[in-house]
Design a protein. Structure first.
Length: 207
């Protein structure tokens, strides 16, 4: 049993898989936050501001629904957006939009922004940070793009691509933390936990 329990305020399978691979077995509680409403309230398209606000909204929504914890517990909210040539993208609305995005990105460079908001469920103390990773895309033919979009994978992720899935062969490289592109930055999580005087090993599940 871990010394500190982690509640993940996200339905993302990629984020859950990242944590599990790092030895952490979180409790998943979906926030059900209206992301469009939060974005409209913020009133800016600056990706760092948006992902920070959305991550906070998700973490706070879940923390508010928890019963007072018996054990030390932290709640993690995350949100990712992809910035490309002055535009900020979340998940595409449909296959047509995903294909258009990917066609514009091939051979180009963009930045994946992920907000992280961590709340101590015992005392409501919180820490937060935004991680950024530059992504460089390789060439991709129209036939390859259409085949990739047909899998449905790009419809489920910010920026319409994944680093740990079918689009990985067309990502020529990243500058920064690669786990941030997958869904959450594990080094950023480590840093936030440290600011709460918690070590990553305190979250490890039993082997």
């Amino acid at each position: 049993m871990p010394a500190v329990d982690l509640v993940l305020a996200s339905a993302s399978p990629a984020r859950l898989a990242l944590l599990r691979a790092a030895g952490i077995e979180p409790t998943v509680v979906v926030s059900e936050v209206d992301e469009d409403a939060v974005t409209a309230q913020i009133g800016t398209d600056e990706p760092d501001v948006l992902v920070a606000a959305l991550a906070r909204a998700k973490a706070e929504a879940v923390a508010a629904r928890l019963d007072p914890p018996v054990r030390p517990t932290v709640v993690l909210g995350c949100d990712s957006l992809f910035a490309f040539q002055g535009r900020t993208w979340g998940k595409p609305a449909d296959a047509e939009e995903a294909a258009a995005r990917i066609r514009s990105m091939r051979g180009e460079v963009g930045v994946l922004h992920t907000g992280h908001h961590l709340i101590d469920a015992r005392n409501a103390r919180f820490v937060h940070s935004v991680a950024e990773t530059t992504v460089r895309f390789g060439p991709m033919s129209d036939v390859e793009i259409d085949a990739y979009v047909a899998t449905g994978e790009p419809l489920r992720v910010a920026g319409s691509f994944t680093l740990d899935g079918r689009s990985a062969p067309w990502i020529d490289g990243v500058e920064g933390d690669h786990t941030n592109v997958v869904g959450l930055s594990l080094p950023t999580l480590r840093t936030l936990l440290g600011r709460m005087e918690i070590s990553v090993i305190d979250l490890w599940a039993d082997p």
